[in-house]
Ligand binder design. Structure first.
Ligand SMILES: NC(=O)c1ccc[n+]([C@@H]2O[C@H](COP(=O)([O-])OP(=O)(O)OC[C@H]3O[C@@H](n4cnc5c(N)ncnc54)[C@H](OP(=O)(O)O)[C@@H]3O)[C@@H](O)[C@H]2O)c1
Length: 297
């Protein structure tokens, strides 16, 4: 089976690509630069040169594949609305190309936003609709194609951590702690982050490709919710920095755009995903990774 993976050179996408190759899939990966194309080709991936700004090219690659895993995203948090609109345009173009094909279309999403006061479950619909909402409302758009001859599956990733160069949220939090000289948490630090090891996440994506029903919202979540206070304490201990509560009023100045994410309660259940996919995470926890020095530099 030939799978078109966008974001194949990224943090999650490179692990997903390795997982697919190890299980006999042929992978075509989107590459927007010579460096990304070379890295993909070195591991046996066919590079499809293109960019999120060229939806027609992505639609053609999607049509030529047997399945699509869409993980590319422009993480410009200073211009997040534009990134969301681009996401919607690209997702729309690929879905239109796949209409009536019954092909699988797996795409990255996030579990945050259910705001129910309990861990989000796979049955909670995304509250985001329309091009100006979070990620361009792409989750609802894509899942709607289950009625149009596409097999869509949402991959609602939590915080995806690991020891080999995580460029994401935890690395940014560690950077803020070093810059501020204090490892902070907001208020009483009771808001929680759900997490998963990168390779466990990749295995869940491969199993979702193989087993998830159309319209499924997969939660590749290992730890349902680590209190942000514990996260700040682990970073403070490892980085030898004091740990302190930052008031919600001071949080935007201290954390920048991360304040919003760090104050949201992102607790997320994965019970339905584990049963449906037969997936069990086995990798280290985020606190293990922090203690092992994964976020030192
Ligand atoms: N990491 C997490 O904790 C987390 C949590 C929740 C959801 N997610 C979602 O999961 C997906 C994958 O995340 P990630 O952590 O793997 O992200 P990442 O490491 O930032 O990788 C992003 C990928 O998108 C590609 N890309 C970015 N802009 C592009 C453009 N304009 N044209 C073509 N390709 C472009 C990058 O290519 P280059 O390699 O060439 O830069 C890279 O392959 C994203 O949708 C993300 O929002 C991630």
């Amino acid at each position: 089976m030939k799978v078109f993976v966008t974001g194949a050179s990224g943090w999650i996408g490179s692990a997903v690509t390795d997982e697919l190759l190890a299980h006999g899939y042929a992978v075509t990966g989107l590459a927007r630069s010579d460096a990304s194309a070379a890295a993909l080709e070195a591991k046996g991936v066919t590079a499809h040169r293109g960019s999120l700004d060229d939806p027609a090219s992505l639609a053609a690659a999607a049509e030529a594949a047997d399945a699509v895993i869409h993980l590319a995203f422009n993480h410009d948090f200073d211009n997040y609305d534009a990134a969301g609109r681009t996401e919607r345009t690209v997702v729309s173009a690929m879905l239109e190309a796949l209409e009536g094909s019954d092909k699988r279309f797996l795409f990255a999403s996030g579990a945050a936003g259910a705001a129910t006061g309990r861990p989000a479950t796979e049955d909670d619909p995304s509250p985001f609709h329309g091009p100006d909402s979070m990620r361009g409302g792409s989750e609802n758009l894509a899942l709607g194609y289950a009625d149009k001859g596409v097999h869509p599956v949402a991959l609602r990733f939590p915080i995806v951590h690991g020891r080999d160069g995580d460029p994401g949220f935890v690395a940014y939090l560690a950077q803020i702690a070093r810059k501020q000289g204090v490892s902070g948490y907001i208020g009483d630090g009771s808001s929680r982050w759900a997490t998963v090891d990168r390779r466990d996440a990749a295995r869940a994506v491969r199993l979702a490709l193989e087993k998830a029903p159309a319209g499924f919202r997969a939660h590749p979540v290992a730890e349902e919710g680590i209190p942000t206070r514990e996260l700040a304490e682990a970073l403070g201990k490892r980085l030898d920095l004091p740990v302190r509560s930052i008031s919600p009023e001071d949080a935007p100045a201290h954390f920048g755009w991360m304040a919003m994410m760090f104050s949201l309660d992102g607790a997320t259940s994965s019970e339905i995903t584990r049963k449906t996919l037969g997936w069990e995470p086995t990798g280290p926890t985020l606190l293990d990774d922090i203690a092992a020095g994964a976020y030192d530099a």
